[in-house]
Write a protein that binds this ligand. Structure first.
Ligand SMILES: [Zn+2]
Length: 383
């Protein structure tokens, strides 16, 4: 494979001041917007991304919040807009760097990818001699991560899927684990993340970073925005950058293994579970039938788990991913009890309802175990 110019040796992250951006200086108590030129158009015009810097009155850590690193994942963009326009943080200490859209070229095309067909979130730390994606990654690495002590990167499920809000973090790194727990999602997925991803490379370079995976592409979903804003606030509170009450989740579970349940036959699905539901071994996930309603088979859960994410498209072919399960071998009963007590008054209960409003979910009556089949599960790759 042709090299994209990324050097084998990773660059050392050069620390920069979060208060000096070219000619612009951010004074204590100020909020400033700057433009960061990340690319150039075919007509030689500069392509900038907006960056908002908020500085508290006292010194403290610097935290970045990035969104739309995948250009079609705009729930985080909506959350940052909400933070800036309607729910500004009263920042007492430290500095907050907000980047509502990282992948501006993908964002303009409603696409996950860059025009060079690369995934920007696999190109970190990047190189200024490399591909378009490598150059953009390097710019973000130097200018944003280089100015930060901690990071939060906001994502959604890939196209045609949705995710119940979950944090992904390397829980073996104590500072990353601290952020992940503080963020306050019920579900934490432990892992370092794919090679070349922003959070992995930022963490490796000494800037502990977590990601939120929540909701769908091409949408700003109210419950997801609430999760994101609560989480950002809770992390800043943990770092003593803001004051105020932190919303505690009804439970918190760290997941070490996940499985994808895939379709074994082509057909048209009828779902029996929602994103966020707890399932047991044998729970019917979806019934696969022909388009005239003749049942092909029933996809069932292979283990005790929570539905992290699932397809929103009922038309499926063999091999299509249907349900992403986070395995919960212990505490399952306890969590079932807690979840059963939740109502739409709770954010968790509300998001369980909201995320499933655009997919038809019904109970499965009398599953016949002989006709049911367990789809061969497989290990996950992060989307
Ligand atoms: Zn993403």
């Amino acid at each position: 494979m042709e090299s994209d110019g990324t050097p084998d040796e990773k660059p050392r992250l050069k620390k920069r001041s979060p208060h000096v951006w070219g000619d612009v200086e951010v004074e204590p108590g100020q909020s400033v917007e700057v433009s960061l030129v990340v690319a150039e158009s075919y007509s030689s015009l500069s392509i900038p991304i907006p960056v908002i810097i908020q500085r508290g009155l006292e010194d403290g850590p610097t935290v970045f919040v990035t969104a739309a690193l995948h250009g079609d994942e705009i729930n985080g963009t909506g959350a940052i807009r909400e933070l800036v326009s309607h729910r500004p943080m009263n920042l007492l200490r430290g500095t907050l760097i907000l980047v509502p859209v990282v992948n501006i070229l993908g964002f303009d095309r409603h696409s996950r990818y860059l025009p060079d067909r690369r995934d920007l979130n696999r190109c970190f730390p990047g190189s200024m001699e490399g591909s378009l994606a490598a150059r953009m990654a390097r710019m973000v690495y130097d200018e944003i991560i280089g100015r930060s002590d901690y990071g939060i990167d906001l994502h959604t499920a890939a196209v045609r899927r949705t995710n119940f809000p979950n944090v992904r973090a390397d829980m073996t790194n104590p500072e990353v684990a601290r952020l992940a727990k503080a963020f306050g999602c019920e579900i934490i997925l432990s892992g370092v993340g794919p090679e070349g991803s922003l959070r992995r490379e930022a963490t490796e370079a000494g800037c502990p970073t977590i990601i939120l995976e929540a909701g769908e592409v091409w949408k700003v979903e109210p419950g997801v925005v609430e999760y994101a804003i609560n989480g950002i606030h809770a992390v800043l509170a943990e770092l003593r950058m803001v004051e105020g009450e932190v919303v505690q989740p009804p439970f918190q579970v760290t997941i070490h293994r996940t499985k994808w349940v895939r379709a074994s036959r082509g057909g048209f699905l009828h779902f029996h579970v929602r994103p966020g539901d707890l399932v047991r071994r044998g729970t019917a996930l979806a019934t696969n039938s022909s388009i005239t309603g003749v049942e092909n088979n029933v996809l069932i859960s292979p283990a005790k788990a929570i539905v992290l994410g699932m397809t929103t498209l009922p038309a499926i072919a063999p091999g299509d991913p249907i349900c992403h399960l986070g395995l919960i071998p212990k505490r399952h009963k306890e969590l079932e009890k807690i979840q059963a007590s939740l109502t739409v008054e709770d954010l968790h209960g509300r998001v369980l309802e909201h995320l499933s409003t655009n997919i038809r979910v019904t109970d499965r009556l009398e599953p016949d175990s002989e006709e049911s089949e367990t789809a061969a599960p497989e290990e996950t790759k992060e989307p």
